[in-house]
Every structure is written in structure tokens, then in C-alpha cells.
Design a protein around this ligand. Structure first.
Ligand code: TXA
Ligand code: MG
Length: 350
């Protein structure tokens, strides 16, 4: 199949909407990452998403709608959901709510809940309006690889498999939406994103964060969100995260970097801007993660940086960690998954 990459003019958005109504797949930009969309009410179209991505059928999809009224047709909206939507939607927040019968089982893996999101990207909203349908859309990457934050990433992963990619340029947030379960006893963040727990608590003070956000599932533990079972956001390189006092982190990264170089491995150190010159003073080149004071810039760039490391044939990635607060929680979550939870504490001897 020839994959067309088109600018989001009104005419091209109308073409994309027509494809969706005809049961085809369209990749489109959102403020978080690019999505791979299909008519959420057409089970065959939704099944094609799973085939194109190589996604396991038990990993449910997010349904995108233009406004709370459209969401109301798909799920039961309670007071908490209404308050959160008033505060944060349209935006990078996905709510898990009890589903209505309209949702085909292929969309939500037959669960009692459905994930709904109102994206804020003007192209996503225009496409929803033009199609007049709810759009089921996971991130538009091949299953397991980093989410696409540019149209070119979508072409790398899905070129030849889908008819159309709307190119809206780079995504503003760069990390997938916050997934908040409102069917749990207390509202629970299953996947942190651009809307942080601190922000959510300004509306619902009892928001908690699932244990699995920063830790691997125990063998006996059930995944609250099936997506958490899978290796995710992963570059091809082996990745080791290093935490602890900055000087200890630097010493550990430098030592692992030198060992790798001696073995002839292609290694890179990812360090925050504030620490880069200290690495360089030790003769260790470091790729900057940007400033600790601007984690939104790292969120914006992270997935592109991981894809770039693949293209450079990097075999080992050694990476500093941001603090687990604010956007740092989402970054730690994605980095931990990219590294398959391979984390060293530099304050402890090896
Ligand atoms: O920012 C985003 O959310 C992007 C854009 C395209 O909107 N979409 C996205 O979709 O990241 P996806 O499929 O890559 O991630 C959806 C996550 C998965 O971890 C999935 O398991 C979880 O949401 N999820 C969806 N429906 C669920 C449900 N009913 N119960 C539990 N988890 C659910
Ligand atoms: Mg995804």
C-alpha cells in the first residue's frame, strides 16, 4: 500500500475523514503523540489497527471524541469526570469510565471500562468534527517501539501499511496522555503524562498513583492497565538508568561508559544540561537531556532522541534520572520502561 503523507489542509482533513468513514486507518497528530485512528464503532476497522501495529488484542484502545457530549454516548460520566473535564479537557488526559453498550469489545478488550480522551490539537479536533465519529487511536508506532512525535516516525514504523498520515509537525507535549482510572475506589493514575498528579489533585485531592508506574509488576500482580505488561517505549540499545547523588551518578556512568568503550561497544551517556560539563571534564562525552528546570523540553524531545540512538547504532545507553515529581514522574515512567526497569543506585557500591 502506498502511504501518503499530507499537510492538514481542510481538503486533506476531509479526505482523511472520508477514509475513516469508509473503515480505513488514518494517522493524525495530537498534542501528545501521533495516533493511528479508526472508526471506534466499526469492529473490523478497529481490528485493522491491531494488525497494522502488531499490537496484542488484550491491550485496549483510547477512544477520542470532540467534546464531553460525544463522550456521554460512549460511557457513564460521573461528577469526578465532569470536574476533571472542565479543568483539563481538551488536553492530554484520558479517563477510564464505565462503558456503554455502544463500545465494541475489540476496542476495550472486553473490559467493563472504556478510555476516553478529548485531544486539544486543532488537527485532531478538526478530524473528529469532519468524520463525525468517535476515533479509536493508540499511538501510531509499531508495538513496542517509542511513540511517534513526528509524522516521519509514523512513516518509519507504519509506511506501506496505512493509506494516509496527516503531518501536523512535531507534537507539543511529546509523551502520551495521563491515564486516570475513575472506576477504582480512589482515582488512580495508571500512566502519568502531561497532566501531573499534582495538577489532578487540585480538582480531586485523593488522586493516587498506581505502584506499577515506577516499579515492574510482581509475578502475582494483575496489570491494572494491560499496556503496562508490555515492554514499551523501547530503543534497540540496552539501557541502564542511574540514580543517586549527582557526583556518584557521574562516576558510575563514566565507569560503565569506559568499560563499554574498552569492549568496542557503541555507548552514549544521557545527562542533564547542568551536569554535561563535569562529564566532559572527565573526558566522557554526554548527550544533553536539556535542563532539569525545563523537563517539558525533555518530554518534547525524549522519544525522538531514543529513535535517533537507534539510527546511530547505539548499543548501550546510560541515563540520568529526573526527580519523580511533576512531569518528572512521567519521564521516569517512560525511561524505566525503555530500560526494562534496569536501574542502578550509584550511592550503593556495585
Ligand atoms: O496520548 C495518548 O494517549 C495517545 C494519543 C494518540 O491519544 N494514545 C495512546 O494510546 O498513547 P495507547 O494505546 O498507546 O495507550 C493507551 C493506554 C494503554 O496502556 C492501554 O492499556 C490503556 O491506555 N488503556 C486503554 N483502555 C483501557 C482500559 N479500559 N482499562 C485499562 N487501561 C486501558
Ligand atoms: Mg502506545
Amino acid at each position: 500500500m502506498n502511504t501518503r503523507l499530507l499537510s492538514p489542509t481542510p481538503d486533506h482533513i476531509a479526505q482523511a475523514a472520508a477514509l475513516l468513514r469508509a473503515g480505513q486507518l488514518v494517522a493524525f497528530p495530537t498534542e501528545t503523540v501521533y495516533g493511528l485512528g479508526a472508526n471506534a464503532l466499526d469492529p473490523a476497522a478497529v481490528a485493522a489497527i491491531f494488525a497494522a501495529k502488531g499490537r496484542p488484542a488484550d491491550n485496549p484502545l483510547i477512544v477520542h471524541v470532540a467534546d464531553p457530549q460525544a463522550a456521554q454516548a460512549l460511557c457513564f460520566i460521573n461528577d469526578d469526570a465532569r470536574a476533571l473535564m472542565a479543568a483539563f479537557c481538551p488536553g492530554p488526559l484520558t479517563l477510564l469510565l464505565p462503558k456503554r453498550d455502544a463500545i465494541p469489545a475489540v476496542v476495550n478488550a472486553g473490559l467493563p471500562s472504556v478510555a476516553v480522551r478529548i485531544p486539544s490539537h486543532p488537527v485532531a479536533l478538526a478530524l473528529l468534527q469532519a468524520a463525525g465519529l468517535p476515533i479509536a487511536a493508540p499511538s501510531a508506532n509499531a508495538s513496542g517501539s517509542p511513540s511517534p512525535t513526528a509524522a516521519e516516525h509514523v512513516r518509519q514504523d507504519l509506511g506501506g501499511k496505512i493509506p494516509l498520515i496527516l503531518d501536523g509537525g512535531p507534537c507539543a507535549v511529546g509523551l502520551e496522555s495521563t491515564v486516570l482510572d475513575l472506576t477504582a475506589t480512589s482515582p488512580t493514575v495508571l500512566r502519568p503524562g502531561g497532566i501531573t498528579p499534582e495538577m489532578l489533585r487540585t480538582v480531586l485531592p485523593d488522586v493516587r498513583v498506581a505502584r506499577s508506574v515506577l516499579r515492574p509488576l510482581r509475578e502475582d500482580e494483575k496489570a491494572l492497565s494491560p499496556g503496562m505488561m508490555y515492554r514499551h517505549y523501547a530503543p534497540k540499545a540496552r539501557m541502564i538508568l542511574v540514580r543517586g547523588q549527582p557526583s556518584n551518578v557521574r562516576a558510575r556512568c563514566a565507569s560503565l561508559y569506559r568499560q563499554a568503550c574498552e569492549k568496542g561497544e557503541t555507548a552514549r551517556v544521557f545527562a542533564f544540561e547542568e551536569h554535561v560539563s563535569a562529564y566532559e571534564a572527565e573526558g566522557v562525552p554526554a548527550v544533553t537531556l536539556g535542563s532539569l528546570a525545563h523537563l517539558d523540553c525533555l518530554a518534547h524531545d525524549l522519544f525522538a532522541l531514543l529513535r535517533q540512538m537507534d539510527q546511530e547504532g547505539v548499543e548501550l545507553l546510560l541515563c540520568e534520572l529526573p526527580p519523580p515529581t511533576g512531569l518528572g514522574l512521567a519521564l521516569r515512567n517512560r525511561l524505566s520502561r525503555a530500560a526494562s526497569f534496569h536501574i542502578q543506585d550509584a550511592d550503593q557500591p556495585l
